[in-house]
Write a protein that binds this ligand. Structure first.
Ligand code: DAH
Length: 345
């Protein structure tokens, strides 16, 4: 019996020594020290021993059990410690590694141009106004001196929703809406950026949806020279101090007189090239003195008040400023195009 116990002890200690994880160690503990284990079996046979042998054997059995259980305990600690070390090693962070660059988005080139134009006019005391894209025929046309039947309101150009409601074809209706809100009292000094819609076939220079920025100033003694000075400041700030402007007579039903503004071509410096089609000038916007009918319809006394207005296309301005050759680039969101306007990379 003594030998059997010694054997069991050696066997158990060897297994404990070899155990490679906590699960295996627990299995060894159950196998050797459990109620159905061999040591318990041995102890059960003690009853058959003589009175002298019994305490000797009892002491030995206890010693064997204690030695196995303390071996298990220390191995347990050891394995636990090793598991923690392994976990720490696998989770360790190398703080000396270079960081990964974070990709930051940036403003769309059109947004940038619009914000630049807004800032420029805000700097001259203008407020920003807005109006609905789904507009009444009245504001889009009638209030702008475009009565029903006027050729400029040809169905071809407009997306009508009902007979009286359409997608606005320009931002000019915001002029009428803003003046109405002022209830005949000046000054009014606003710009209005927004989307507009036309029944056009999309190509390199046309889009069925695009942006416009409208400007309107109404006050006493507003003159054509105020318009010209304002547009000159705008053109030079936007395109460079060496740009010249010229006003050409034109026609818009809501302004009288009406003009179109050109700037001298940046590419050829005014000598004539393919961009300016040999003229040395590039058309930028339409403008004029607010037609008395428009003032009156919006509740302003046209004998007391005068005003000027202008309307421009930020796409066209961005195309000229950045040398973009196709308006569709603004809407297709090709990342290779957009990235060229990144301020962060
Ligand atoms: N609304 C015109 C258009 O879409 C542009 C325009 C011309 C606006 C002259 C104006 C203006 O305010 O005075 O073609």
């Amino acid at each position: 019996m003594q030998e059997r116990l010694k054997e069991l002890q050696a066997e158990a200690l060897a297994k404990v020594e070899k155990a490679s994880d906590l699960k295996e160690l627990n299995e060894i503990r159950v196998a050797y020290l459990g109620k159905k284990g061999p040591i318990t079996e041995v102890l059960k046979g003690m009853g058959k021993l003589s009175a002298e042998e019994r305490p000797v054997m009892g002491a030995l059995a206890n010693e064997v059990r204690d030695s196995i259980s303390s071996a298990i305990e220390s191995k347990h600690k050891h394995l636990e410690e090793a598991a923690i070390q392994q976990k720490l090693a696998s989770e360790s962070i190398d703080v000396t590694l270079p960081g990964r660059p974070v990709k930051i988005g940036n403003h769309h080139p059109l947004t940038r141009i619009i914000e630049e134009i807004e800032d420029l006019f805000i700097g001259m005391g203008y407020a920003i106004a807005e109006g609905p894209e789904v507009e009444k025929d009245y504001y889009n046309f009638e209030a702008l001196n475009l009565p029903k039947g006027h050729p400029a309101r040809d169905m071809q150009d407009s997306f009508y929703i009902t007979e009286e409601i359409l997608l606005r074809t320009h931002t000019s209706p915001v002029q009428a809406r803003t003046m109405e809100k002022h209830q005949g009292k000046g000054p009014v000094k606003i710009i209005c950026p927004g989307k507009v819609y036309r029944r056009d076939n999309d190509d390199a220079t046309h889009s069925h949806q695009f942006m416009q920025i409208e400007g309107l100033v109404v006050d006493e003694n507003i003159r054509m020279s105020d318009l010209k000075g304002t547009l000159e400041v705008f053109a030079k700030k936007m395109f460079g101090e060496d740009r010249e402007i010229r006003l050409r007579p034109s026609f818009f039903p809501f302004t009288e007189p009406s003009v179109e503004m050109d700037i001298s071509c940046k590419i050829c410096g005014g000598n004539g090239c393919s961009v300016c089609k040999g003229t040395g000038w590039i058309e930028i916007l339409g403008a004029g003195m607010v037609h008395p009918n428009v003032l009156e319809m919006a509740g302003f006394d046209s004998k007391k008040y005068t005003g000027f207005a202008f309307g421009m296309g930020p796409e066209r301005i961005a195309m000229l400023k950045y040398g973009i050759d196709d308006i569709r680039h603004f809407y297709t969101n090709d990342i290779r195009f957009l990235k060229q306007f990144s301020v962060t990379e």
